[in-house]
Design a protein around this ligand. Structure first.
Ligand SMILES: [Zn+2]
Ligand SMILES: [Zn+2]
Length: 379
């Protein structure tokens, strides 16, 4: 969400009003002494470092800040890279936030028939909620565990996806019951947005809640078209959908990015959206947080930032996308996972239009067949 900006008194970097610490130099800009209650530990917090990376002081607080200079110390979640059997992802704290509230995982498994399946889960902690970093990590863990088990047991991907979102929602809602660890001043229960993708047996399945997104980026961007596969649960998407504003007006409004769907104890009825399609040309799926797509919202713009060999170099592609968002301002945490999609050759051949197949320069099938599964539409 756009925020009124102030500047760090130490290094003059722009600050968000809700920032307790300067994202650039780590200065505590609240005037308070850092405390464990204000920045709760996460399960992935690092072991104590030998000394402050800024001033060398050995006086490091448990929350990852230097008692002497206030400088933030590097933490594992600041920048993480994961790969699993042809799928890769990168997350980065960015330049403006004092911690990374995004979480993600990638994984590979096999269906009962032996066909490989890969998946990625990406969640974005809602900054105005309590413990958003725990919310996102909890959702990723719950959803990925369910997806792996369900796929191994032969569950249909769209069913597995809806169940996984339900599991993630329950796990995040459960966090609110531990009220003793909610920082004072936070009224909202721990919350996050969600997006995940499964690629298995030729079928791609996406599921989401909130404004985390998935994009389809074909290898050949001359004859095939890049698509956004998700529809945000956001104020802007809603007013456009009901015809109150056109897209340009809606996205120019300060309320544009306010989300209308999330996982958390205070969420209204959670509507897990799913979409499935069979790609007929090679390409990659991107699943990402708004820290990336805020800098290249349209699929065609984002596709320009995806290296042509992303399908065979998914980690390099993910790194480049994160670097792009950091260079563009890094205002938010950034996470992107890249899932390579390589349809079998005979599938590709079947979809070449007959009349141009003999011409030697056939445009390949450019539009994936989308099957939307909305809540209540059955399965
Ligand atoms: Zn600063
Ligand atoms: Zn220090």
């Amino acid at each position: 969400m756009p925020q009124q900006q102030t500047r760090c008194p130490s290094c003059a970097e722009p600050l968000d009003p809700e920032d307790d610490y300067c994202g650039a130099c780590g200065l505590n800009v609240t005037g308070d002494v850092p405390s464990a209650a204000a920045t709760p530990e996460t399960a992935t917090a690092t072991a104590p470092a030998p000394g402050c990376v800024h001033c060398g002081s050995a006086e490091l607080a448990a929350d990852g800040y230097c008692e002497s200079c206030g400088g933030a110390q590097p933490r594992p979640r600041d920048h993480q890279e994961l790969t699993a059997d042809g799928v890769a992802g990168v997350t980065d704290r960015g330049l403006r936030h004092h911690r990374n509230e995004d979480a993600f995982t990638v994984a590979a498994t096999h269906l009962p028939g032996g066909e490989p399946a890969v998946l990625a889960v990406v969640c974005d902690g809602v900054s105005s909620s309590a413990r958003p970093d725990e919310a996102s990590a909890t959702a990723v863990e719950a959803a990925s565990a369910h997806l792996l088990t369900a796929l191994q047991r032969g569950r249909r991907p769209d069913q597995a996806m809806r169940e996984a979102i339900g599991e993630a929602a329950r796990a995040v809602a459960e966090l609110a019951k531990d009220g003793t660890r909610t920082p004072s001043g936070s009224q909202n229960a721990p919350a996050c947005t969600y997006v995940s993708a499964i690629s298995a047996a030729g079928l791609v399945t996406i599921g989401w809640v909130g404004d985390t997104r998935a994009y389809w980026i074909p290898d050949d961007r001359e004859s095939a078209v890049a698509y956004r596969l998700t529809e945000d649960d956001s104020w802007a998407a809603r007013v456009v959908a009901i015809g109150l504003m056109n897209e340009a007006e809606a996205y120019a409004d300060p309320r544009a990015h306010a989300i209308t769907g999330w996982l958390g104890a205070d969420a209204e009825e959670i509507e897990p959206h799913t979409v499935s399609f069979t790609p007929h040309v090679p390409g990659v799926l991107l699943v990402c947080t708004d820290g990336l797509w805020n800098y290249a919202e349209a699929a065609a713009d984002l596709a320009e930032r995806v290296r042509p060999d992303a399908r065979t170099e998914p980690l390099a592609a993910a790194r480049e996308l994160v670097d792009f968002a950091v260079t563009a301002g890094g205002h938010d945490n950034i996470t992107v996972a890249v899932l390579p999609i390589s349809p079998p050759a005979e599938t590709t051949l079947r979809t070449v239009p007959l009349q141009s197949a003999s011409a030697g320069a056939a445009p390949l099938h450019s539009s994936p067949t989308l099957q939307l599964h909305r809540p209540g539409s059955g399965s």
